[in-house]
Ligand binder design. Sequence first.
Ligand code: DAH
Length: 341
Amino acid sequence: MKALMQELRENALNAISDAESIDSLDALRVRYLGKKGELTAILKQMGKLSAEERPVMGQLANQIRSDLEASIENTRKRLEAAALEARLQMETLDVTIPAKELKLGHKHPMYMALDEIKDIFVGMGFTVLDGPEVELASYNFDKLNAEEGHPSRDWSDTFYFDEDSRVMLRSQTSPMQVRAMETMPLPIRIIAPGRVYRKDEVDATHSPMFHQVEGMVIDKNVTMADLKGTLNAVMEQLFGEGTVTRFRPHHFPFTEPSCEMDVQCHKCGGKGCPTCKGEGWIEVLGAGMIHPHVLEMSGIDPEEYTGWAFGMGLERLAMRRFKISDLRLIFENDVRFLEQF
Ligand code: DAH
């Protein structure tokens, strides 16, 4: 019987250590230690033993039971650890794998140029105004001295909303001068950037929608010298020190005298090249001393106050600033183009 028990012990320990799953381990426990298991079967034969042998065999049986239980417990721990390890292997997160690239856009070059312009003027004490794109013709024309019959009021040039030409898409940012004069206390220093609309065919230098930046100063003793000094300083900040400008006489209904300002071509230094179309100069804005009648119409006494104003094309400025050759590139929004800035 002793030999039988030793054999059972050997077999059971081998089977337990070979077990490959928790399930087969449980089956082995039942097989060897269960109520109907092999050890129990042997113990049932204890009755046949002598009184001296019985306690010895009983002790041996207990020893075997606890050996097997310990072995089962060890194997269970080993199997559980292995299972955990396998699961961790499967679920491993490799934190060193490079993340998916997030494509971040950036500001459009024209708005980059506008931000620079705003910064320069705000630094000089100007306020930035925003105004309506759907405008009254009285603000776009009448109060700016462009009376009925003025060529710019023609239906072939302007987008009107109504038969009697009272409501329109503004054709310039200049109506913001009137809106500022009517609502702001004097002295006034403003710029007003925004979209304007004209019935123009699209080509390398024209678009039916484009952007202007209007500027205006009204105070006592303001002269043309202030206009020139301010605009020269702005152009130097925008295009670099030593930027050369020139002022040419021009005509606008709302200024007297009126002028246009050119910046010397950055490519050829004034000699003439394809960029400046052989001119040596690039026109950037219209300006002038505000017409006394315009001041008067908005309730400002031209004997006490004077002012100057300008309007510049933002696209043209951005094109110069970033050396862009075709206006259409600004509006097409091809990322391959925009990414370069
Ligand atoms: N509004 C003019 C245009 O669209 C530009 C302009 C010229 C604006 C002279 C002004 C100015 O304020 O004083 O061509």
